[in-house]
Design a protein around this ligand. Structure first.
Ligand SMILES: *Cc1c(COP(=O)(O)O)cnc(C)c1O
Length: 223
């Protein structure tokens, strides 16, 4: 099956209120263009040095999302153009994004990544940390970022119940902090959950944007 066929097949499974981040890391620009020509506009990458040339060469109406661990010293490379950073996992990184966005007179959308998986190597804030920061109004002074929601990666497991529990927990937390700390803030409305193997569960548990790579582009060529 071609990239375009894969893409259309996945889109058929997405409800109207769920958007698709096509995760194109490690794939060449020609392959991204195939997806672009099939109508895809949101692409996700997780390395600044791979993303920048793709941004420079590919059509300018692509919405670029950063989805991996971003080192603070790499923020400057993506700040001029990145639409959303889905994977903010520390206050220091958030402050750095705010600073560089300010230099470019931009507002960058961010999702706070929450650690919901069992594996300890997966990054993200703990629920308690986010609540503490919100209580302290730690984000209020950051004028060049917009916190548009939360992101989470479930445990890599075949246990569907566990995956569902983790996504459900994130959705519950999302609703809770939306009511308490983002009341009336229409922009706080994004819940990024779900990858190739678990996105259908994620959608059932309230995902608004899924991040799919393998099921669109096939096996990655890792280097
Ligand atoms: C690679 C990656 C994805 C896509 O994973 P697939 O299993 O290929 O769909 C989604 N989210 C993040 C954070 C990733 O790093």
């Amino acid at each position: 099956m071609s990239v375009a066929e894969n893409l259309l097949k996945i889109k058929e499974t997405l409800p109207d209120n769920v958007r698709l981040t096509a995760v194109s890391k490690f794939h060449p620009e020609s392959v991204l263009l195939e997806a672009y020509d099939a109508g895809q506009r949101i692409f996700g990458e997780n390395h600044a040095q791979e993303l920048v040339p793709k941004y420079e060469h590919l059509p300018k109406d692509i919405e670029w999302h950063f989805i991996g661990h971003l080192q603070a010293n790499k923020v400057k490379y993506v700040a001029p153009f990145i639409h959303t950073i889905q994977s903010v996992d520390s206050l220091r990184l958030l402050e750095e994004i705010n600073r560089h966005a300010g230099k470019h007179d931009r507002k960058i959308n961010v999702l706070l990544q929450i650690h919901i998986a069992q594996e300890t190597h997966k990054s993200g804030f703990l629920y308690e940390e986010i609540e503490k920061l919100l209580k302290e109004k730690a984000f209020d002074a950051l004028e060049n970022i917009q916190i548009t929601g939360l992101m989470g990666m479930a445990t890599f497991t075949g246990d569907e119940k566990q995956i569902r529990r983790e996504f459900n927990g994130l959705n519950t937390f999302f609703t809770k902090i939306k009511d308490i700390y983002f009341a009336g803030a229409h922009f706080f409305n994004e819940l990024s959950m779900g990858m190739s193997d678990d996105y259908l569960i994620a959608i059932e548990e309230g995902s608004t944007i899924v991040r799919i790579g393998g099921k669109i582009f096939g096996e990655r060529i890792k280097n």
